[in-house]
Ligand binder design. Structure first.
Ligand SMILES: [Zn+2]
Length: 202
């Protein structure tokens, strides 16, 4: 069974579909706005004395305008995300130096960032590295939440990767909103999404 053929409840499938569609729509909309902006300003822009002389400046300006949607629409993340179910083979935690203002790094704006990567083996036996958590380092941070051997599930568009409960567990983390909820209810008490069947069976 491939990951995209997972037997997920209809509402979870819809959640993934909508999550996939949203950044694409935002992207297209932003590009349309950029296009309108281009048409309404190009004459004025290229007629200004300086740009008429060095019109490469105008070209670069519009190239930047058209590139902005790639960064603000979330479309890049949308293409790297994926629904998966598998077993944790290895956990890797990294601590890196990061800066609040990436354009102007300085000691004052520097901070440490913790990131958790999981090497997940899916049903087909392939192992893929997944970034599941990345945040500013703080005290009492639970960095050993995931362990080798855990079965994990992530649904496209969610911020969370959850551990699939063991048969003895009565509570599970919702794959959509991340809250801990009662497995026997069959759905999340906070967001209402159905819990996948593999949360209770097996
Ligand atoms: Zn929920």
């Amino acid at each position: 069974m491939k990951n995209n053929e997972l037997n997920l409840p209809a509402d979870l499938k819809k959640f993934a579909r909508v999550s996939k569609l949203k950044p694409v729509l935002v992207f297209v909309l932003c590009e349309l706005i950029s296009l309108l902006f281009f048409f309404f300003t190009k004459d004025f822009m290229y007629q200004t004395e300086y740009i008429a002389k060095y019109n490469i400046i105008g070209h670069v300006f519009y190239a930047v305008i058209f590139l902005i949607p790639f960064f603000i629409s979330g479309i890049r993340q949308a293409f790297s995300d994926k629904t998966y179910l598998g077993e944790v083979e290895k956990v890797k935690v990294t601590t890196t130096q990061d800066y609040q203002r990436a354009f102007k790094p300085s000691i004052d704006t520097g901070y440490k960032r913790n990131t958790i990567y999981l090497f997940v083996r899916d049903q087909n036996g392939g192992v893929e590295k997944r970034k599941v958590y990345s945040t500013r380092a703080k005290q009492d941070q639970e960095l050993d939440y995931f362990k080798a051997g855990d079965r994990v599930f992530h649904i496209y568009g969610s911020k969370y990767t959850v551990i699939i409960p063991k048969p003895s567990d009565t509570m599970a983390q919702c794959a959509v909103c991340g809250i801990t909820t009662d497995i026997n209810k069959g759905y999340c008490h906070k967001c209402g999404y159905t819990l996948p069947s593999f949360f209770s069976k097996e």
